[in-house]
Design a protein around this ligand. Structure first.
Ligand code: NDP
Ligand code: GDP
Length: 324
């Protein structure tokens, strides 16, 4: 019998990549999406898997909808990737973020506990939990210090997972994933904003790129590799939380330089500073130590920073050139 997986947030970057990964492993994939007035399946279409995923409507804020989905499909594994995932917006919409990103995962945990407690649950935690970092590099034992409403909400969800594991003996775990990108990344995130702008400038469709803090440093990896780590966590004998990262850190400035150079452009001619894009509190430096994941999951990053930049720039150049 094929295993079944429920993936929430299937319309997002990771949900689409994970659905593709699980389908290739022979899973029956239920992709849970929230209803909107305009269909939002472009990532599933881009990956050519829209018809292979069984799409089921739900909302992370409505526990009844998750209970219904659990009862109907009784999945072996649940990957909770749905969230208000953008740090920037969390400052202007802290309560929406708390409700979706913080309380939403508890709706999933409760629905699983009530309907089918032996279902294995993956929760999308984040390196943003480390925020004002307490040590360098960050690993599973590094104390958390969240710096945004998004990170505070993710922290609540993170501890809820620990609590369900310890209270009810459920197989649930969190992946503390550092930033991971791909051509499917949302345009509001800095990497994709930069590669899209480089492509548009190259094709004469845009003449400047406004950015905020260029000095922030992130540990950027390649999303398709990170979804494999999610799956590996749910295949272990015992549940635990893992850091997933490349172990290399680069500044936003370095990303802009590399992306514009890959597009054959001098970034200094186009990038302008916009003070409204600076955040009330910043996460200055993230760099992860994923040695536990390497030891126990056999997971290692494969794609370097410069390869990642090239993949993203190439994809945006192709996409923009088809529309220019
Ligand atoms: P995206 O923003 O691309 O996707 C988020 C998904 O959540 C979308 O499918 C969105 O649906 C869905 N969603 C939001 N609110 C609700 C709701 N109320 N009910 C149902 N669905 C909802 O994020 P990523 O794919 O990049 O990230 C996946 C997860 O991993 C997120 O939880 C994110 O916070 C976390 N994470 C991501 C990292 C990264 O670098 N990408 C790093 C660490 C953690 P819609 O399409 O309708 O908006
Ligand atoms: P995050 O790590 O989840 O917040 O991912 P983002 O891609 O949104 O931001 C990464 C870093 O880039 C943060 O430190 C931002 O402050 C910085 N940054 C600088 N300019 C921008 C911008 O224009 N948009 C975004 N999203 N981030 C920016």
């Amino acid at each position: 019998m094929a295993k079944t997986a429920l993936v929430t947030g299937v319309t997002g970057q990771d949900g689409a990549c994970l659905a593709k990964f699980l389908l290739a492993k022979g899973y029956r994939v239920y992709g849970a999406f929230r209803r909107s007035s305009t269909a939002n399946f472009w990532r599933l279409e881009y990956l050519g898997i829209k018809d292979a995923v069984s799409l089921v409507p739900f909302d992370l804020q409505d526990m009844g909808s998750i209970v219904r989905v659990m009862k109907e499909f009784r999945p072996d594994e649940v990957y909770n990737l749905a969230a208000q995932s953008f740090v920037g917006v969390s400052f202007s919409q802290p309560l929406v973020t708390a409700n979706i990103t913080g309380l939403g995962p508890v709706n999933v945990l409760e629905a699983v506990r009530l309907v089918k407690p032996d279902t294995r649950v993956y929760q999308a935690s984040s390196s943003e939990l480390f925020g004002k970092v307490q040590e360098v590099p960050q690993n599973e034992k590094t104390p958390f210090y969240p710096r945004s409403p998004y990170a505070v909400a993710k922290l609540y969800a993170h501890w809820a997972v620990v609590n369900y594991r310890e209270s009810y003996n459920m197989f649930c775990c969190s992946g503390i994933l550092f930033n991971h990108e791909s051509p499917l990344r949302g345009l509001e995130f800095v990497t994709r904003k930069i590669t899209d702008a480089a492509a548009r400038i190259k094709h004469g469709l845009q003449d400047r790129l406004a950015l905020g803090n260029l000095e922030a440093r992130r540990d950027w990896g390649y999303a398709p590799e990170y979804v494999e780590a999610m799956w590996l966590m749910l295949q272990q004998k015992d549940p635990r939380d893992y850091v997933i990262a490349t172990g290399a850190t680069h500044s936003v400035r370095e990303f802009v330089e590399a992306a514009f150079s890959a597009a054959g452009l001098d970034w200094q001619k186009y990038v302008v500073s916009d003070s409204t894009l600076f955040r009330p509190a910043e996460v200055d430096l993230l760099i992860g130590d994923a040695s536990l994941a390497e030891k126990e999951l056999g997971w290692k990053p494969q794609t370097s920073f410069s390869e990642l930049v090239e993949i993203m720039v190439r994809a945006d150049m192709e996409r923009v050139s088809q529309r220019a």
